[in-house]
Design a protein around this ligand. Sequence first.
Ligand code: ACM
Length: 493
Amino acid sequence: MVSLIPQPLDVRHAGGHVSLTGVTVRAHGLDEHAAARLEDLVTRLLEATLPAGAGKPDVGPPADLPVQLRVDPSAGPDGSTSDERYSLVVDADGATLSAPDAAGLLHAAQTLRQLVEPVPASGGGEPTARLPFVVVVDAPRYPWRGLSVDVARHFSGPEALRAVVDVLSAYKLNVLHLHLTDDQGWRIESPSRPELAKLSSDGDCSGGKGGHLSLADFRALQDYAAERFVRVVPEIDVPGHINAATHVYGDLRPDGVPTDAYTGIEVGFSRLTFDLPATEPFLRDVFTDLAHVTDGEHVHFGGDEVLTMEPDEYARFVELCERIIREAGKTPVAWQEAAKAPLRPGTIVQYWDTHKADLTYLADAARAGARVLLSPANKVYLDMKYTADFPLGQEWAGLVELRDSYDWEPEGVVEGLPPSSIEGVEGAVWTERIVTTDDLFTMLLPRLSAVAEVAWTTPERKDWEDFRRRVAVEAAAWRRDGRAFHPTPQVDW
Ligand code: ACM
């Protein structure tokens, strides 16, 4: 039985298998550089699935399976307009992956990776592997399938973030949202304001040494992610969650006095002040710097939990941040609170706060042209504890077991929201209580794979019992790659 996450739109079994001990991957229809990079990446993904003992036979014909990657505008489901759609055929001659674009080809390769079945050794031979004959035709439900990672409360450096990108790509997620600044730290070099990272990045919420991404780190991370068709969406959180900046610049404060460094985990106490002369230049500098180094279309300006500001002043901040980000050529994204202010059409608002019952303002903003990204905290905040006694994470949004992350319908979470306004689904992991990379992955896995299925798969194709079975199969890849995960009792591992 094949085991794919996220569940594709259509999988047909032809009966039969082809065995493999190696692969020869060839890409057609891409420029030479793109073809070589994709061939190399897909070869490594597939070779990693082969049993350690598998290899070229000493005698007999070479058994490398041909894997053809073909650019083909007609690939994918009939009528799909997604530029990530793909088709995949495995038969006795090998595997043929087709897609209109390289992103779809990599999605097809991730599907192929999951189709590889280990074959145990028999009769003194080596273990091998095989692929079932199948035809897969697939496309995502939503264009934005992401994960937000808070690198401000505890810093995750480039190596950990590359590992996150690998897991995003494995489940066909395509956005890495980085929460780069908060009260506790400024984790990105801002060239116009070098003091920010210099003076506000060398600590975290548990007395650690902190850190930040240099522009070279950020560049390299975006390149690594882009090779895997993952976009980085950077966030500088304003006008609240801003103590890391008011700690550096006293002129952002009415009293002119820089605030103390903050290592606690309270929220909502810090703020900018619109009418101070230093405020707009600060916002222009940091957002224009960030837009210039961002390859993708989106820059996030936060906007959440400004608990000590009147609505009029808050609305002026929203208007100004949107304007600065648009002038820098990007599309603004903000947390749901921004929808309480008038928004320009096309701005993306990110729903998160599942304690708030009246979301009329969010549905109204969507009807007026805002796009909506769904991150309901009680489903996809992956820093919430799995169970009350779980040693990591928090529980202010509730306990979030694997099934909670899986069993929800995006069109049902915000009353009155036009389904056509939904841009996608994004998980989030806040790091007040998450320190190490193993902590991070323990919270992400297996729940991130559930979020991926919610974001990719049509509701008719989802099935919790079947998903439980498929997740257990995926754990082999996590173990092989040394990823920590939580073996929740909801799954027979
Ligand atoms: C948030 O969780 N404050 C966006």
